[in-house]
Design a protein around this ligand. Structure first.
Ligand code: ADP
Ligand code: PLP
Length: 277
C-alpha cells in the first residue's frame, strides 16, 4: 500500500498546537504521509508571560530540506510561517521549479492572539513570490487585509472585495477565514474561485482554545487535495475538520489552548453550510 505524500514548509511551534506539529498531525489524520521543511523555530518564554521567540532557520538549510523533500516526491504541499524575505523567496522559487499544482499557501503573518503583523516587509514578498504559485491561499482577516491592501475587513462584502484583489495577485482560489472577528453570527469563511463567491458557515464555538486552527485548516485542505478532492470539497471537508478541532479545543496550560487536531475522526461531525453569494 502506498500513501499520498504531503509536505509542509513551515515553522515549529514548540508547544505543539500550531505550525508543523499541527500540520503533521492533520496529515496523519487524513491518511497521508507527512513530510516537513522547517523555516523557523518558535519558542515561548516562561519568564515573560510565554511571549514568543522567533528563531529563523538559515536559508541554505531550508534549501537542503526542500531538495530532500522534492526529490522524495510530493503530491500536495502547504506553506506556513515563513519568517524572512529570503526564506519566502527561496520557498517560492523551489515551489515554482517543482511544477507541483496542489499548493496551499497559508500566509501566516502573526501568532494567534496578536494582531500586529510580525514582519511587515514580508507582505510584498508573499505577493510576489508565493501567491502566483498558489492553487489555494488561506488568509485570516488580518492577513487578507494586508494582502489586498484594504486594511481592516469587517463584513462579508469586505471579504468579497478583498478576495478579488488577492485573486488578481495570481492565487487560483482564495479562502478568507472570517473566524471569530467577522461581523457574522456564524464562523464564516469566504471561498472565491475567480468567478463565484461561496460562504461556508459553521456554529461559532465560544472558546479561547483555538491555537493552531488556521494551520490545521490549511493542512486539511492540503491533505484533501492530495487525496484527489476538488478544491471546493477539500475546503468544505477541511472546514468540518477544523470546526470539530475547535469545538474540542483544550487547556494546555494557563497561556494557551490548542485545538484537538483529530477530533473529527472521534466525535460526531459538525455541520457546515455552503451558500453561493
Ligand atoms: N470560535 C470559532 N468557532 C468556530 N470556528 C472558528 C472559530 N474561530 C475560527 N474558526 C474557524 O477556524 C478556521 C481557522 O480560522 P482562524 O482561527 O481565524 O485562522 P488563523 O488561525 O489563521 O487566525 C476558519 O474556518 C474559521 O472560520
Ligand atoms: C510556527 C507557527 N506557525 C503558525 C502559527 C499560527 O498558528 P494558528 O494556526 O493558530 O494561526 C504559529 C502560532 O503560534 C506558530 O508558532
Amino acid at each position: 500500500m502506498s500513501l499520498k505524500k504531503t509536505l509542509t514548509i513551515a515553522g515549529s511551534d514548540t508547544s505543539g498546537g500550531a505550525g508543523i506539529q499541527a500540520d503533521l498531525k492533520t496529515f496523519q489524520e487524513h491518511g497521508t504521509y507527512g513530510m516537513n521543511a522547517l523555516t523557523v523555530i518558535v519558542t515561548m518564554d516562561p519568564n515573560n508571560g510565554w511571549s514568543h521567540g522567533i528563531h529563523p532557520i538559515p536559508v541554505e538549510t531550508l534549501h537542503a530540506q526542500l531538495q530532500t523533500a522534492f526529490s522524495t516526491g510530493v503530491d500536495a504541499l502547504k506553506t506556513g510561517m515563513l519568517p524572512t524575505v529570503d526564506i519566502i523567496e527561496m520557498a517560492g522559487k523551489a515551489i515554482k521549479d517543482s511544477g507541483l499544482k496542489d499548493v496551499v499557501i497559508d500566509p501566516v503573518m502573526a501568532c494567534k492572539g496578536e494582531d500586529e503583523v510580525l514582519f511587515p516587509e514580508n507582505v510584498d514578498a508573499m505577493i510576489q513570490h508565493l501567491l502566483p504559485n498558489a492553487k489555494v491561499v488561506t488568509p485570516n482577516l488580518v492577513e487578507a487585509g494586508q494582502l489586498s491592501g484594504m486594511g481592516t475587513l469587517r463584513t462579508v462584502e469586505d471579504l468579497q472585495a478583498a478576495a478579488e484583489k488577492i485573486h488578481a495577485h495570481g492565487a487560483q482560489f482564495v479562502v478568507i477565514k472570517g473566524g471569530k472577528q467577522l461581523q457574522h453570527e456564524k464562523a464564516a469563511d469566504l471561498l472565491y474561485d475567480g468567478k463565484k463567491h461561496y460562504l461556508l458557515t459553521a456554529e461559532k464555538t465560544e472558546t479561547t482554545y483555538n491555537h493552531g486552527a488556521g494551520c490545521t485548516f490549511a493542512a486539511a485542505i492540503t491533505a484533501n487535495l492530495a487525496n484527489g478532492q476538488s478544491v471546493k470539497d477539500a475546503v468544505l471537508n477541511a472546514k468540518i475538520f477544523v470546526s470539530s478541532a475547535i469545538e474540542h479545543g483544550w487547556k494546555l496550560n494557563e497561556y494557551v489552548g490548542p485545538v484537538m487536531h483529530g477530533a473529527a475522526n472521534k466525535f460526531p461531525k459538525p455541520e457546515v453550510v455552503v451558500t453561493e453569494l
